[in-house]
Design a protein around this ligand. Structure first.
Ligand code: 6LW
Length: 492
């Protein structure tokens, strides 16, 4: 692992981690995507395998066309207490609020939600005192006494600590007892370039809290570190008893001001303790213990399993009626709905882009409709290659502008479509973009014809806004489209 590598690449922000014996479990935000809240397992904090998605039923997660992109599910906290896993999250969309889910196996099934209507705000944390009292601490930073098994709140929020004077957005609180102190870890400075991690400590979970004189204990603001926006951390002991942070960061590319396209990713950083305060970094350091790589996520999916692997996510919902591997066994079948990728109801099945250079290919049968492969940031920012009606088209939507970039007639029958992302390794000048996204189609003899090569900056968080990164996958624009296989291949 080189110094700037994430431990979970691609859009996996707001990591929260807990340790149970030799096992670690980690969850992230999932916004408008379904299923929600990816759950990972690791033995070494470096290699993480996705074991499920906590919210995989509509009784747990209802995202409707009215749920804007970058709304939905924010910033979970995962804890293990009393023999159970506890997951507390906020749905920032209608009918949402603060919700608790429990499971005995983090791979699932997870319970239906217990709602905490008395808890306002985002980024809820759960911590238990020795006498079983449960504290829910939220962005701001305020604290409620709660019963997470019933959702009851006892009294109003108490303000605990608003972070460093003058710093914006004190958020992402996590409260822990370590040794003789209770530590209140927060993010501040906002989730953009000013992001940082700060901490305060006290003798009681209710405070008062004394800020660390060295705050922020970790920030890359104003540096030329390749990983930026570092913050929103959670503390965890390593297998050898040392302490570590999992946190989010981004890898901007291109010239000024830098564009990050993979969303906010999960990184690892070591922590040492000096005078009872954590000293954190460097981000991306390799731990000293033996690493356990575990099975790599296969790049290619032949859709032969009958169920989709947990890495596949859809926009807002995924119903068997619109998305199935049963209709044509060994193929993923999508039935279009709405106005395609511009529409919040688009039928889409994709994976987070996890490599700055990569190739995604699919064998597509669009005889009964139109669809193909899309690189999606949100409804207003996507590029796609679409087959249908005897041709292949490359389309781009950037904000209010929508255009057909290229089109070419193709023979009847299934086609292999290509998306290729090439990270810019050299900057042309200060305005150079982060990468190039190109689209092509293969002839039956395997020859590739590239139809278009587009500047990737328009599919970046800096351009689109919000909290998400790119997701690349299959969609149907009209009728029915079948995918025999999809192959996500790193080129880094
Ligand atoms: C999350 C907030 C943040 O609730 O971004 O980086 C928000 N931190 O804590 C959405 O991910």
């Amino acid at each position: 692992m080189s110094a700037a590598e994430p431990v979970i690449a691609g859009m996996h922000p707001d990591p929260s981690v807990c340790r149970v014996g030799e096992d670690y479990y980690l969850v992230c935000s999932s916004f408008e995507y379904f299923p929600g809240i990816p759950v990972f397992h690791s033995r070494d904090l470096v290699h993480w395998t996705q074991i499920g998605n906590a919210l995989d039923r509509t009784s747990q997660l209802l995202l409707t066309p009215e749920t804007p992109s970058s709304a939905g599910i924010y910033a979970p906290t995962l804890r293990h207490h009393d023999g159970r896993f506890w997951l507390i999250v906020t749905s920032v969309s209608h009918g949402g609020g603060t919700m608790v889910f429990t499971a005995t196996d983090p791979a699932g099934p997870w319970s239906d939600p217990v709602r905490l209507p008395g808890v306002g705000g985002i980024d809820p944390d759960l911590a238990w005192d020795d006498d079983g009292t449960c504290w829910c601490t939220v962005a701001g930073v305020g604290q409620y006494r709660v019963d997470p098994s019933t959702g009851e709140t006892f009294g109003e929020a108490r303000e605990l600590w608003s972070g460093t004077p003058g710093a914006k957005a004190p958020e992402a609180p996590h409260l822990y007892r370590i040794g003789d102190h209770w530590y209140l870890l927060i993010a501040e400075g906002g989730t953009e370039r000013g992001h940082g991690v700060s901490i305060a400590r006290g003798r009681s979970p209710q405070g008062p809290f004394e800020p660390c004189p060295a705050n922020p204990v970790l920030s890359h603001r104003g540096t030329d570190e390749p990983v930026q926006n570092t913050g929103h951390a959670d503390l965890v002991p390593g297998p050898d008893g040392s302490w570590w942070l999992v946190l989010l960061g981004v890898r901007p590319g291109g010239g000024t001001p830098g564009w990050h396209v993979l969303g906010r990713e999960t990184f690892l950083a070591p922590v040492s303790w000096v005078d009872g305060w954590p000293v954190a970094g460097p981000v991306g350091a390799t731990p000293p213990w033996p690493l356990h790589p575990g099975p790599a996520e296969p790049g290619r999916d032949d859709f032969d399993d009958g169920v989709l692997r947990p890495c596949w996510i859809s926009v807002r919902d995924r119903s068997e009626q619109h998305c199935t591997t049963r209709e044509r066994p060994g193929w993923l079948t999508l039935h279009a709905r709405g106005a395609g990728l511009d529409d919040p109801t688009v039928v889409f099945v994709g994976r987070r882009q996890q490599h700055r250079s990569c190739r995604v290919r699919a064998l597509v049968d669009a005889a009964a409709g139109s669809g193909g492969l899309a690189v999606r940031l949100d409804e207003e920012h996507h590029y796609e290659i679409e087959a249908g009606s005897g041709e292949v088209r490359v389309l781009a939507r950037i904000g209010p502008l929508r255009t057909v970039v290229a089109a070419r007639a193709v023979p009847a029958g299934p086609l292999v479509l290509h998306v290729r992302v090439d990270r810019a390794r050299e900057l042309r000048d200060a305005r150079s973009g982060p990468d190039t996204v190109s689209f092509g189609v293969e002839a039956s003899d395997g020859t590739l014809t590239v139809l278009a090569a587009l500047d990737g900056r328009y599919l970046s968080t800096e351009v689109a806004g919000g909290f998400t990164g790119r997701v690349i996958g299959a969609y149907a624009a009209t009728g029915t489209v079948h995918f025999d296989w999809i192959d996500h291949e790193p080129l880094d």
